[in-house]
Design a protein around this ligand. Structure first.
Ligand code: ZN
Length: 297
């Protein structure tokens, strides 16, 4: 006789950062912001494919959407909401939080929230900073997020990386201000290091079985929900190639891009998934203690 499993694996959070291939931070030296309007947009096509895939697998996810995209593609915002997904904010113009003054950051996150709420007709309580750009140098950003009415952020990557990361910050969701949770994307602890195990270029680079193993370990050993993320351009081998890009950025952007959609489909089948707000703010959420060390001194 089969014994009932007393501790089923926690549900994981699936998230998509809604931006186009030319808005990626690593391409900023090669594509002027002023030129964005004249470039071929692929985001509507790619979000359509993602929505179809999620519907097929009966998964609801969180879409961290740029205000810049929402303004030009309101039908994309409406389709996300109509699909039962969580509409969340990726800021307005994909500027790194670490490149903005506190006032400019507040303007960016508040305008994006209002725009998304007006177009989507739903409250927007989640935010992810472009390129995980909240770290030691700009912890004031959490105060601004709270003041703008957000309830969670998914903006700190607890790894060492050349573009972002705060390797000694907590690996799992924690209240970072009164009423504001920080929900880091997922890492696996190996020895004294945190290995990225939750999407982006690493998911495209590593064999699928290794990515799956890392998420299972987090579910089983840490007993925590994983937070996975990907971008619409990562399932689009037909996107226009950006000319002149340095070898490292080119590799990171294009590696295994033709395999990603199939791998995401497997991931959706191999685990149970849900929206960030359901998993971390809803009834499933575990109580968590405030982390005062991450307040500005
Ligand atoms: Zn982004």
């Amino acid at each position: 006789m089969l014994m009932p499993n007393k501790n089923p694996a926690p549900r994981n959070a699936m998230s998509i950062d809604v931006e186009d291939y030319f808005q990626v931070s690593a391409f900023a030296p090669y594509i002027r912001r002023d030129d964005w309007n004249g470039l071929e947009c692929r985001v509507e096509r790619n979000i359509g494919r993602i929505l179809a895939l999620l519907a097929d697998k009966q998964v609801h996810a969180t879409f961290f959407t740029l205000g810049w995209i929402a303004e030009r593609y309101p039908q994309v915002v409406k389709a996300i909401v109509a699909g039962g997904h969580e509409l969340a904010s990726h800021g307005y113009g994909h500027e790194r939080a670490s490149d903005l003054s506190p006032a400019a950051f507040l303007e960016d996150i508040a305008s994006a929230k209002k725009l998304l709420e007006d177009l989507g007709g739903v409250p927007v309580v989640g935010y992810r900073a472009p390129s995980f750009s909240i770290g030691k140098g700009n912890l004031w950003a959490f105060d601004m997020l709270r003041d703008a009415g957000y309830r969670y952020s998914s903006s700190v990557y607890p790894i060492a990386h050349d573009h972002y990361g705060m390797p000694d910050s907590p690996r799992f969701a924690y209240p970072v201000r009164e009423g504001l949770l920080e929900i880091p994307v997922t890492t696996l602890r190996v020895g004294s290091r945190n290995l990225p195990s939750s999407g982006g270029g690493y998911f495209r680079l590593l064999p699928y079985a290794l990515s799956r193993w890392m998420i299972r370990r987090v579910n089983e050993i840490d007993g925590e929900s994983a937070v996975f993320y990907f971008h619409p351009w990562e399932i689009d081998p037909g996107q226009p190639r950006v000319a002149g890009v340095d070898a490292k950025s080119r590799f990171r952007h294009y590696v295994n891009i033709s395999r990603t959609e199939g791998r995401i489909a497997r991931l959706l089948e191999d685990f149970r998934w849900g929206r960030m707000d359901e998993i971390f703010l809803g009834r499933e959420a575990a109580p968590r203690a405030l982390v005062p060390s991450l307040s500005p001194a």
